[in-house]
Design a protein around this ligand. Structure first.
Ligand code: MRU
Length: 362
């Protein structure tokens, strides 16, 4: 098989040339174009415009970005260095509000800078580099572990429905919601996967069906309003989706339309699983009520992708990028430390206890 989209890095640090190289996801699937990000504005725009997107990939980009921007700081003292570092961190943090991995990765970088303030700046830069690389390496390990746990929830030949793109293009490898599918493919499980097209930005059509189809997975693309039809016919055994932020009670923000799929899945007794690295679980956020939902431009709904505008001029548009799925509709939250089940307020604490134990013993 020739080179496919899966052979490209979603996000790559090119340290020698002081740049991040990403696949411009706004051009997929028509064109695989790699773009270079060097300045704070280029990195901010790439995240805002969804050239790089998906919670884990945004976190990785932010880590690399803050390291590269730190390298550009000219300062004699730590205080002068840190004042500029903090400014850049806050700027990157403002690019997208819902995916918690963005602030999570930036906070990790910040903690490294602060914990090493006594060291010379070149040494701090080396530690920032190592932290950013660690964030990416962890992403790969975590996604694989999510895949292994997710695979225990399905059986060979099952139909799986997914929404938006929580695939390799949203992470460094495997994806989260697609990890059980890729791992199952390695074992010859031959899942039948339904991808919601995911209006208005079509991540399901442009990205998920592209990467799964390229990997040889049995992939069927459906419009967002067809999930009830395929579930009613008994073609779907499980729904796997990703997430941008999971609250402490299990309420989950993910791409707009996920809560519709969850309601439909509940109607047809299909279990819906949220695939969530612990980096996406925000224990500081009590419920979905407190999750800030990004609102995006009306043009994404009225004219983007169409040859001509498909809505009357001046019509009101509501365009939230994400919605919250109530924890009651979630059959399980698949993390790298196992599957959390209701009541999530308790089980998610258990996941973090397990994480702390494993980190202590590592
Ligand atoms: O707006 P996007 O494309 O960044 O939205 C992405 C999603 O909703 C994904 O499901 C989520 O970030 C998880 S990616 C592993």
């Amino acid at each position: 098989m020739g080179k496919t989209i899966l052979d490209y890095d979603t996000v790559r640090l090119d340290d020698a040339n002081d740049q991040i190289v990403i696949i411009d996801q706004t051009k997929l699937p028509g064109k695989i174009e790699l773009i270079e990000l060097k300045t704070a504005e280029e990195i901010w725009n790439a995240i805002y415009l969804l050239q790089v997107r998906g919670a884990p990939a945004i976190g990785v980009t932010a880590g690399f970005g803050l390291y590269l921007l730190a390298k550009q700081i000219k300062a004699e003292s730590f205080d002068a260095f840190y004042a500029e570092f903090k400014k850049q961190k806050e700027y990157l943090d403002s690019s997208r509000p819902t995916a918690v991995n963005l602030s999570w990765a930036l906070r990790r970088m910040d903690a490294v800078a602060q914990a090493n303030k006594e060291k010379p700046i070149p040494e701090i830069l080396k530690l920032l580099h190592d932290e950013a690389v660690a964030i990416q390496e962890e992403d790969i390990r975590v996604c694989r572990a999510i895949g292994e746990h997710g695979l225990t929830l399905v059986k060979p030949g099952d139909g799986i429905l997914t929404h938006c793109n929580a695939g390799q293009l949203a992470t460094s490898k495997y994806g989260t919601a697609t990890a059980p599918i890729y791992l199952g493919e390695e074992k010859g499980y031959h899942f039948k996967v339904f991808c919601d097209e995911t209006r208005p930005l079509l991540q399901g059509a442009r990205l998920t069906s592209f990467e799964l189809h390229s990997a040889g997975v049995d992939t069927t693309l459906i419009c967002d309003n067809m999930s009830a039809s395929v579930m009613r016919q008994g073609w779907v055994n499980a729904v796997f989706v990703g997430c941008d932020r999971v609250a402490a009670n299990g309420d989950t923000a993910n791409k707009i339309g996920t809560s519709v799929v969850a309601a439909v899945a509940a109607r047809y007794n299909v279990p819906l699983y949220i695939c969530a690295p612990t980096s996406t679980i925000d224990m500081e956020c009590p419920t979905g009520e407190q999750i800030r939902i990004e609102q995006r431009k009306p043009e994404e709904v009225t004219e983007m992708w169409y040859k001509e505008r498909m809505a009357p001029e001046g019509v009101k548009v509501y365009n939230p990028a994400f919605d919250v799925t109530d924890h009651e509709l979630i059959a399980g939250i698949v993390t790298e430390y196992g599957v959390a089940r209701a009541p999530y307020t308790e089980s998610l604490k258990g996941i973090f206890r397990k994480k702390a134990e494993e980190e202590k013993n590592a």
